[in-house]
Design a protein around this ligand. Sequence first.
Ligand code: HEC
Length: 110
Amino acid sequence: MGQSPGSLLYSKYCLSCHQEDGTGVRGTFPPLAGNIKITGPSKDIVRIVLFGLQGPLVVNERDYDQVMPPQNYLTDQQIADILTYIRNAWGNKAVPVTPGEVAGVRKLGK
Ligand code: HEC
């Protein structure tokens, strides 16, 4: 999926923190590769992208406690493309996320 819309958007909006290979930065930015939350229920990760995330977190037995700012300036389509990409990059495998799902979570609010 080298140059898919999702991979290009990932490079622009997520890579600076989560890194090109999705492994993040140990202790600061959690990995998206090999992280069961990324391939789990899509609503959870849609919510994180729209509304941000902060507070203590354990991913693959490592602690994180930083702030991810909301990325709600992205469109429903862009978020669906990015999440579909990260759910199927770096060895991850999961069903795509649709713009309709993103719209639903956005409407519901935090
Ligand atoms: C400015 C840095 C930054 C950017 C840009 C960023 N994130 Fe994050 N992200 C974080 C941090 C920090 C956390 C962990 C927050 C915490 O410690 O509670 C996180 C957590 C996450 C999580 C939850 C991981 C878990 O296991 O709970 C997901 C999913 C995620 N980011 C996806 C994305 C996506 C997709 C993008 C691009 C649209 C993105 N992030 C952009 C910093 C960033």
